[in-house]
Design a protein around this ligand. Structure first.
Ligand code: GLA
Length: 376
């Protein structure tokens, strides 16, 4: 990659960072409702090499868009150009908004093996890896947690997606062989060991591409905010299931009530799932994953036929503890927890059944749980 950098930019890189993708085990659409999530960083992601320049120009190149020319921006007049490089540019805008002014321009080279728009956070990884190289080049003292916050700000303010903190936080703070149990309201977190070699995580990509920004993601968030307002709480997940049942009649709109019900019960499931994981009770953990999928399908309405087939098929395969859609939804991937010995047959079967119904073979990724963003 270093020689490619030289070929593209006629100089050598000063820094190289890697940001992983993430898969969320449970706790979906809770992170902007003040709730819990349980994601982990995975062994696929985005590399970025960079070098600061002597002028005020920013240049971006990606091996994933190798037929496209270098994207050029002016540090003093940052404006979007409606291409992939707007993501790293949004991060530089966010640094600026946080008071971190880049002294000089930079050249950036990216290489990714994360599928895009698949619900395993390719955009958050792109943001966090950019933030990480900028930190290495100019602002050493910034913490990883702050990188996550800056990256989320970039997505919210400049990319127009009102997402929560889960993706950026998991990508920045993930830990090898551990899931990250995060309270998205307080940012208090705990690592939950996932060290048991007898279990495996397999991701199945439906191939249906979602578009978070243009999809109903922001709308879901508004529906939740209405429910919170109606129930006179600042965040839905501050209510436990009992309190919610007592207050839900205040919610004026049927859809908002369904969304709130999902968030409250999903939040409760995360706590149960963490306890199950601590006891190595994968069967119980898996059942909670399945319940999560059903709630996302029926209450939150962010699943689709393809994801439903993948999850429902997985539930019937021997050795599978649980399966659910993961990420924002409207396409993307399922996450499947199973016995290690079941992986081979699972992959064979799920590909076959999916292809029979939808005509394409889904990609599958048998992933390991890794550390968050790091310098290489
Ligand atoms: C996307 C967002 C996250 C989170 C999930 C749903 O991945 O970026 O903040 O809301 O959807 O759980």
């Amino acid at each position: 990659m270093s020689s490619l950098f030289e070929k593209i930019f006629y100089t050598f890189p000063d820094v190289c960072c890697f940001a992983p993708g993430r898969v969320n085990l449970i706790g979906e659409h809770t992170d902007y409702n003040g709730g819990y999530v349980l994601p982990c960083a995975i062994n696929r992601g985005i590399y970025c090499m960079a070098r600061s320049r002597n002028d005020r120009r920013l240049q971006f190149y990606s091996t994933n868009y190798s037929t496209e020319p270098i994207k050029k921006y002016d540090l003093d007049h940052l404006e979007f150009q409606n291409n992939w490089a707007d993501y790293p540019v949004s991060v530089i805008m966010a640094f600026k908004a946080f008071g971190y002014e880049l002294e000089r321009g930079c050249d950036f080279l990216f290489r990714s093996n994360l599928p895009e728009g698949a619900g395993i956070s390719s955009s958050a990884a792109l943001e966090v890896v950019t933030a990480a190289v900028v930190k290495e080049l100019f602002f050493h003292y910034i913490s990883k947690q702050e990188l996550a916050i800056i990256s989320q700000f970039a997505e919210n303010r400049f990319m127009g997606v009102n997402c929560g903190i889960m993706d950026q936080f998991a990508i920045a703070m993930g830990k090898e062989k551990n899931a990250l149990f995060l309270n998205s309201g307080t940012l208090h977190y705990e690592y939950i060991p996932l060290k048991d070699a007898s279990i495996a995580i397999v991701i199945v990509n439906s191939g249906v591409k979602h578009s978070l920004a243009s999809s109903a993601y922001n709308q879901r968030r508004c529906e939740c905010e209405l429910a919170a307002k109606n129930m006179n709480v600042s965040e839905i997940c501050s209510l436990d299931t009992e309190e919610f049942e007592k207050k839900k009649h205040f919610i004026t709109d049927k859809l908002s009530c369904m969304r709130a019900r999902h968030a409250v019960y999903e939040n409760h499931r995360v706590i149960e799932a963490v306890n199950a994981l601590k006891r190595h009770d994968y069967r119980h953990f898996g059942l909670l994953m399945n319940e999560s999928h059903i709630s996302l399908r029926d209450q939150y309405e962010v699943s689709c036929d393809e994801l439903n087939l993948l999850a429902e098929t997985a539930w019937s395969i021997k050795g599978v503890y649980g399966a659910r859609m993961t990420g924002g939804g409207f396409g993307g991937c399922t996450v499947n927890l199973m016995e290690s010995g079941a992986v081979k047959d699972f992959i064979k079967l799920i590909k076959l059944i999916y292809k029979e119904k939808f005509g394409i073979e889904p990609l599958t990724y048998s992933v390991s749980v890794t550390d968050g963003v790091r310098t290489m």
